[in-house]
Design a protein around this ligand. Structure first.
Ligand code: 8YV
Length: 322
């Protein structure tokens, strides 16, 4: 029997991360890559010293209330709304995340969505692949110019700031932002970013990009009333969490033409997507790819490993959130 800490890893991870987990811990991997049921999560919590879950694992108060050996949950991801952090805190279970590792790639993906929806890239590709392209013409598939437009960023944390830098320095966009806490000037130096109330940001922005965490306060922050405040013909980009947007209200705003389009990487009921969205040509839909590069997924895994290592060495884990 191993005296190394037992770590249950809920999904397949990039090979270098699995190798490192096996080297350091009594790691129980998931070669089949099937998501764990609530019952299996309870078993994991009962038998392992640590859990390494992902966004697809719902680590609820009920799961955490079951008989338990686990003392740390090292989440694979910066967002940790898949974990009932209050319940973990109440039970004295440490929770860590992987900030920083995925900032650039998630910001790149937000820009991919923004550019794709404005320039009708998904629609154009479908058009060509289905054999409908009959040749160039001056009025064919005209989109919306991005350079110089106003981008409203809701949540100017690491990822929001990385998007702001790309948009401002790369595309000459004017940056407005809304954030729950003040952002230190040095973090946004050179961006000419202007703070706005949520209402004013929505009213003034040509593109609104969401980068806030999913919390009770941000749940369905984008709903029928707030969508109504958006500038006519604006675009909504969501690479944060599906919970922040009322998808049914978004469909209505797109159908009525109030919004020109949306670029989405995350959904309320992932992996389910509101069927009406799938029917719409002015919506770009990606399957939660924000951090999906080899470099970033390895870095995220190594960050989770570093948190586990620190915890079991008796040191403070670098990314403790509870
Ligand atoms: C991850 C994410 O892929 O880190 C996050 O918050 O949304 C994604 O980039 C996912 O959470 C993995 O668990």
């Amino acid at each position: 029997m191993s005296d190394r800490p037992r770590v249950v890893v809920t999904r397949r991870l990039p090979q270098p991360v699995e190798d490192e987990l096996m080297r350091l811990f009594d790691a129980r991997l998931n070669p089949d890559d099937e998501p764990l049921s609530a019952e299996e999560l309870k078993q994991a919590i009962a038998s392992a010293d640590a859990l390494l879950p992902t966004v697809t694992d719902r680590v609820t108060a009920e799961v955490l209330g079951a008989p338990r050996r686990t003392r740390i949950i090292a989440n694979f991801g910066v967002g940790y709304n898949n974990i009932d952090v209050e319940a973990a805190r109440a039970q004295g279970i440490a929770v860590t995340n992987t900030p920083g590792a995925l900032t650039d790639c998630t910001a790149d993906l937000a820009m991919t969505l923004l550019l794709s929806v404005a320039r009708r890239a998904g629609e154009g590709e479908r058009h060509l692949r289905e054999g409908s392209w009959t040749g160039w013409r001056p009025t064919h598939m005209m989109g919306t110019k991005v350079t110089g437009k106003t981008l409203g960023i809701i949540g100017l944390g690491r990822i929001g700031q990385a998007v702001a830098r790309r948009a401002h320095h790369g595309f000459g966009m004017r940056i407005l932002y809304h954030n729950r806490t003040p952002v230190p000037d040095e973090q946004i130096a050179g961006l000419d970013a202007e703070f706005r109330s949520l209402e004013d940001l929505l009213a003034e922005s040509d593109f609104v990009s969401l980068h806030c965490p999913a919390t009770p306060d941000t749940r369905q922050m984008i709903n029928a009333s707030t969508l109504e405040l958006m500038k006519p013909g604006a675009f909504l980009i969501n690479s944060a969490r599906g919970d922040v947007v009322d998808e049914a209200a978004l469909v209505d705003a797109l159908r009525s033409g109030a919004l020109a389009g949306a670029g989405l990487d995350v959904y309320e009921g992932e992996p389910a997507v509101t069927p009406a969205l799938v029917e719409m040509d002015n919506v770009v839909l990606l399957p939660h790819l924000g951090s999906a590069t080899t470099e970033t997924r390895v870095a995220m895994g190594m960050r989770a490993v570093a948190n586990l290592q620190a915890f079991f060495n008796g040191d403070p884990p670098p990314d403790r959130v509870a």
